[in-house]
Design a protein around this ligand. Structure first.
Ligand SMILES: Nc1ncnc2c1ncn2[C@@H]1O[C@H](COP(=O)(O)OP(=O)(O)O)[C@@H](O)[C@H]1O
Ligand SMILES: [Mg+2]
Length: 360
């Protein structure tokens, strides 16, 4: 740029002209961009809000049509509905049903959110809980050591159990072991690598499953056994999904044993079988079996369906989510579940997957 000789400003020479053009071009490019974005945003806005208007109108319309139809029905109006009105009524009914379905789904979601949150909380405190679990292992031993110095065990030979600190500490030790086991359990279930899809060898998985639950099961005198006909059999899955399926089945079996009146040997059995086409996992317990009140057994797979109630108040205490989770997870893996009715009256279920073509 060059100064004017009068110092009023810049000379309008070629450089100045080009500079002006550059500025104009930049502005026009910005304007084009702005217009493109603004147009898209307007379309998006219309799309969103148009839908709202249409929805509200449609809902009102459906409500009105149904109201009219019901009124007519109750008046036993002689006039026959014509085809078109009938069709309208069918559509309106369907809309009403859909609304109810959505309401039920929203309900499920609420419960799942609550459950998920408790999982998240455990996962975020896993470090702290892990430390706690470590302390549980040794604290009673330390206490006994200290006590031995000042008042050794033999001082209490003639003391009743409830006044004997050694006996009390022994009880505490057992409680600690249980607590530690539950902590280990919930910490393991929150582990991140369980949320990755990977190849899982079923015989390893069930071996692990059995040892995780072993304390809980032996405390309740429940015998758990499993067989896998092919030790190398693997499936691609997220471990957390397998846990959801088998933990829920197991928890239901334990519930069933606890409700059982007579005291026979409590057994849970799991059998994995493979054919050319299918992998089947049969799961049995010899508990009470499905309650007599259940007229349609397939209902137990519905979300929120539960027969578990407080004996005294009749209030529902089950969540009704276990079997629903089992069903939805297996379906997600393109499998299916089917109830089996074992002869010994317990509970049985078959999970089947189509075997995918496997490359050697
Ligand atoms: N092992 C079982 N033995 C007997 N009944 C069972 C068993 N598993 C499930 N059920 C029945 O299926 C219902 C639904 O189970 P579930 O979805 O896990 O919900 P919840 O356990 O909270 O009741 C139970 O209320 C019970 O009636
Ligand atoms: Mg359950």
């Amino acid at each position: 740029f060059e100064d004017k000789s009068s110092r009023e400003g810049l000379q309008e020479n070629k450089t100045f002209q080009i500079f002006k053009l550059i500025i104009l071009q930049i502005l026009s490019t910005l304007e084009v961009d702005r217009a493109i974005l603004a147009k898209e945003m307007k379309l998006f806005y219309d799309d969103l809000h148009f839908d709202d208007f249409v929805k509200k109108d449609a809902d009102k319309l459906a409500e009105k049509i149904l109201e009219n139809a019901r009124e007519k029905q109750s008046n036993k109006g002689a006039e026959q509905e014509n085809e078109e009105t009938k069709e309208k009524i069918i559509l309106s009914k369907r809309i009403e049903e859909k609304d109810e379905e959505i309401g039920a789904l929203e309900n499920e979601q609420k419960i799942l959110r609550g459950m998920a949150t408790s999982g998240i909380v455990t996962a975020s405190f896993s470090h702290e809980l892990g430390n706690l679990s470590g302390v549980l292992a040794s604290r009673t031993d330390e206490l006994i050591e200290l006590l031995e110095e000042k008042s050794p065990q033999n001082l209490y030979q003639n003391t009743p159990d409830f006044l004997n600190p050694y006996i009390l500490i022994e009880d505490m030790r057992k409680q600690d072991a249980k607590l530690q086991n539950w902590l280990k359990f919930s910490l393991a279930s929150a582990r991140k690598d369980k949320r990755r899809r990977k190849s899982i060898i079923l015989s390893n998985y069930f071996q692990n499953f059995k040892s995780t639950w072993s304390n809980v099961l032996s405390n309740r005198m429940i015998d758990f056994s499993y067989t896998v006909d092919n030790n190398k059999l693997d499936i691609r899955a997220m471990e957390i999904d397998l846990d959801s399926v088998f933990n829920n089945l197991l928890v239901n079996s334990i519930d069933s044993f606890l409700r059982q009146k007579q005291n026979n040997k409590r057994e849970i059995m799991l059998k994995v079988n493979t054919t050319d086409k299918e992998i089947t996992i049969d799961y049995f317990d010899n508990g009470e079996g499905l309650s007599q009140d259940i007229t349609d057994p397939s209902k137990i797979f519905n979300a929120l369906y539960t027969t578990k109630r407080n004996e005294h108040t009749g209030e529902e205490i089950g969540t009704g989510l276990g079997m629903w989770l089992v069903d939805t997870i297996i379906k997600e893996y393109n499998g299916n579940v089917k109830l089996l009715y074992p002869k010994n009256k317990g509970f049985g279920i078959r999970i089947a997957f189509i075997k995918k073509y496997q490359r050697k």
